[in-house]
Unconditional design. Structure first.
Length: 182
C-alpha cells in the first residue's frame, strides 16, 4: 500500500492548462495511491495548450473543499488567468489554506493565490513574470526549483516537475500543516 492511499487530491484547471503540469503531478499522486479529481469552471472536457484532453469530474460551482485532502494548481497562462477570475474557484482555493491542507502550485498556477489573498508572509516561487504580482500580494518570491512553505509547494516551470512532484507527494503524505492557514 502506498502512503497516499485513501487521500483525495483536487486539481483545478480550465482550457489552456500547461499539459505536463496537469498530467505529471496527477500521475505522481495516483501512482502513490491517491484518488485525483479534475475541477473546472464548466463540465465536459478541457484541453491543454498542447492538445491533452481531460474529463472534468466536478465544476467549481459544485466542488466542496471538505471532500479533498490536497489541491494542485497547474499552470498555463490562459488557464491560470481564467481560473483566478472565477469567484467559486478562488473561494475553493482559499478554503484549503483555511483548513491547513497541502497545496501545490506550478508556473502560472500561483496567480490564483494572489486573488485568494493567501500569500501574506509566505515564501514561494513561480514563473518569473509573476514575481511582482506575488510580492505585491505579500509573498517573498525566490528563484528556486521547488519551495516548500508549511504545506505550500511551488515550482517555476515544467523543467521542475520531478522535484515538484516529489514534494507534493511528501506534503500530501504529511497531511494538514498548522502554518498553512490564512
Amino acid at each position: 500500500m502506498s502512503h497516499l492511499t485513501g487521500k483525495k487530491v483536487a486539481f483545478v484547471a480550465v482550457d489552456g492548462f500547461e499539459d505536463s503540469e496537469l498530467t505529471s503531478p496527477w500521475d505522481a499522486v495516483t501512482e502513490h495511491g491517491a484518488d485525483a479529481e479534475l475541477i473546472s469552471t464548466e463540465g465536459g472536457t478541457i484541453t491543454g495548450k498542447n492538445g491533452h484532453e481531460a474529463p472534468v469530474d466536478v465544476t467549481t460551482s459544485d466542488a466542496d473543499p471538505a471532500r479533498y485532502d490536497a489541491l494542485v494548481l497547474p499552470g498555463g497562462v490562459v488557464n491560470s488567468d481564467t481560473v483566478r477570475t472565477d469567484e467559486k474557484a478562488v473561494a475553493f482555493v482559499r478554503q484549503f489554506f483555511a483548513d491547513g491542507k497541502p497545496v501545490g502550485v506550478i508556473c502560472h498556477g500561483a496567480w490564483i493565490l494572489a486573488d485568494a489573498d493567501v500569500l501574506s508572509g509566505r515564501t514561494l516561487t513561480s514563473y518569473p513574470s509573476l514575481r511582482t504580482d506575488l510580492v505585491n500580494a505579500g509573498a517573498t518570491w525566490v528563484d528556486e526549483e521547488v519551495v516548500v512553505d508549511q504545506g505550500l509547494v511551488s515550482s517555476r516551470t515544467p523543467d521542475d516537475l520531478p522535484a515538484f512532484n516529489a514534494k507534493v507527494v511528501e506534503e500530501i503524505s504529511e497531511g494538514r500543516h498548522s502554518g498553512q492557514t490564512v
